[in-house]
Design a protein around this ligand. Structure first.
Ligand code: FES
Length: 153
C-alpha cells in the first residue's frame, strides 16, 4: 500500500493541481483512500490533513473504506430521473438493505449514484462492476443481483 501511495506521489510530483490525480491513482490501485494515504499526501503537497481529508470526503467518488465485491451505480442524472431512477434507487436500497454510498454488511454490494452513463436514450441506466445496463426495472435489477449472489456462492 505504501508503495502505491509513493508511486502516485512521484508520478504527479511538481504538477499543479496534483491532489485529484493522486487520489484517483491511489483509489484505482487500492480501491479506496486509506487514512494512511491522507497523511502522506498532505506532507508531500504541503497541505494539512484536513485539507486532503476535505477533498476526499467532498467527492462521493472517493471511498475511505474498501468497496463491496460488486459496485452498483445507479444513474441519477436528468434523463434517468425522468424515467424513474429515483424509484429504482429506493427499490435497490430496500432490496440490498443498504443506503446509497454504503456497502451491505456482508461486503457483497456497494450502492452508488452516478451522473450519466451515456445511455440517456435507454434510461434508466446503471452499471454493475463497470458493465452498463439500460432500461432497468426493479425486476431486472433483482435478477442481476440474484445472478451475482449465485456467482459468489
Ligand atoms: S442521464 Fe442516465 S445515462 Fe444519461
Amino acid at each position: 500500500m505504501l508503495a502505491t501511495i509513493e508511486h502516485a506521489l512521484a508520478r504527479h510530483a511538481g504538477e499543479l493541481g496534483a491532489l485529484l490525480p493522486i487520489l484517483h491513482d491511489i483509489q484505482d490501485e487500492i480501491g479506496h483512500i486509506p487514512e494512511q494515504a491522507v497523511a502522506h499526501i498532505a506532507r508531500a503537497l504541503n497541505l494539512s490533513r484536513a485539507e486532503v481529508h476535505g477533498v476526499v470526503t467532498y467527492y462521493h467518488h472517493f471511498r475511505t473504506v474498501p468497496a463491496g465485491r460488486h459496485v452498483i451505480r445507479i444513474c441519477q442524472a436528468e434523463a434517468c430521473q425522468s424515467m424513474g431512477s429515483e424509484a429504482l434507487v429506493a427499490h435497490a436500497q430496500r432490496h440490498l438493505g443498504c443506503a446509497v454510498h454504503a456497502t451491505t454488511p456482508d461486503g457483497a454490494f456497494s450502492l452508488e449514484a452516478v451522473y450519466c452513463l451515456g445511455l440517456c436514450a435507454s434510461s434508466p441506466a446503471l452499471s454493475i462492476n463497470d458493465a452498463v445496463h439500460a432500461r432497468m426495472t426493479p425486476q431486472r435489477f433483482d435478477a442481476l443481483v440474484a445472478n451475482l449472489v449465485k456467482s459468489d456462492s
